[in-house]
Design a binder for this molecule. Structure first.
Ligand code: ZN
Length: 266
């Protein structure tokens, strides 16, 4: 029997896990961000990895994404629930809102973003990279819990660790992207390659380069942390409820991602 659900998020989520045991893991891609905390939530077996390490040692461009996903995959995890701080590019995505991300645009560079560097040659289609079943479940549970949320959102993922210039932020806004973040890629794409369902819960912490018409100043790291921490308990409630509602069998197509991915391009 494998572990039911993997969680990747901030270290505030340690306290969610009952009977937690910390396990040192290693993979052919190196060590995960930290020891993997294994235990239960609402009777389901859970493996938790703090994305940036317990002591926040890994900046976004140095997170061992492949080792994290490989470790969860090795444990038999079939679904991954994650939380991320996101900046808003649209006024209606306000600080404190939750966003169930459905699309990403990758603007990162130099990150190892595939498990398939040689045979077999794999061309995964991430047309719909996020799990539709988990997103729908997250939306309905948020309604029940009265959490202000958005059923979908396109995240542009930038390399970091710096934030955007006003010009970059304006460019992203003009593209119609909703939110901005530094860690969703390649995490979600790697999960897809493993056929693991992936839910990205974005917690809006700021308005990126600000809102000039409302005199809202550009983001800074202290404020991001403050707003994120303020919403961790809400995220914990949501995840706890979500986990109890996750059905035994999947109704989504996430596990089939690899079936159509092998072959030689024309
Ligand atoms: Zn799925």
């Amino acid at each position: 029997m494998g572990i039911d659900i993997g969680i990747i998020g901030g270290s505030g989520f340690y306290s969610l896990i009952e009977n937690a045991e910390e396990v040192e893991m290693t993979t052919e891609y190196g060590h995960p961000s930290d020891k993997v905390s294994i235990g239960t939530i609402n009777g389901k077996s859970i493996a938790f990895i703090p994305r940036h390490g317990k002591k926040h040692t890994y900046p976004p461009h140095k997170v061992p994404y492949k080792a994290n996903i490989e470790a969860l995959s090795k444990l038999g995890v079939k679904r991954i629930i994650t939380t991320v701080a996101v900046g808003s590019l649209k006024e209606e995505y306000a600080p404190g809102d939750f966003v169930f991300i459905d699309q990403f645009v990758n603007m990162t560079w130099g990150r190892d973003d595939t498990f398939f560097h040689s045979n077999p040659v794999i061309h995964i289609s991430p047309a719909d990279p996020y799990c539709s079943e988990l997103r729908a479940l997250a939306s309905s549970e948020s309604k029940n819990l009265n959490i202000k949320h958005h059923d979908n959102g396109t995240v542009v993922v930038v390399n970091g660790p710096r934030f955007s210039t006003r010009a970059e932020s304006k460019f992203f806004k003009n593209q119609g992207f909703d939110i901005i973040n530094m860690t969703q890629y390649p995490e979600v794409a790697l999960a897809k390659e493993k056929g693991i369902c992936y839910l990205g819960i974005g917690i809006v912490t700021d308005y990126d380069a600000g809102l000039e018409n409302k005199d809202i100043k550009p983001v800074n790291a202290t404020d991001v942390l403050k707003v994120f921490e303020k919403n961790v308990s809400t995220a914990k409630n949501l995840i706890t409820e979500l986990i109890s509602k996750v059905p035994e069998n999947k109704s989504c197509n996430c596990s089939k991602a690899l079936e159509e991915a092998t072959g030689t391009p024309k």
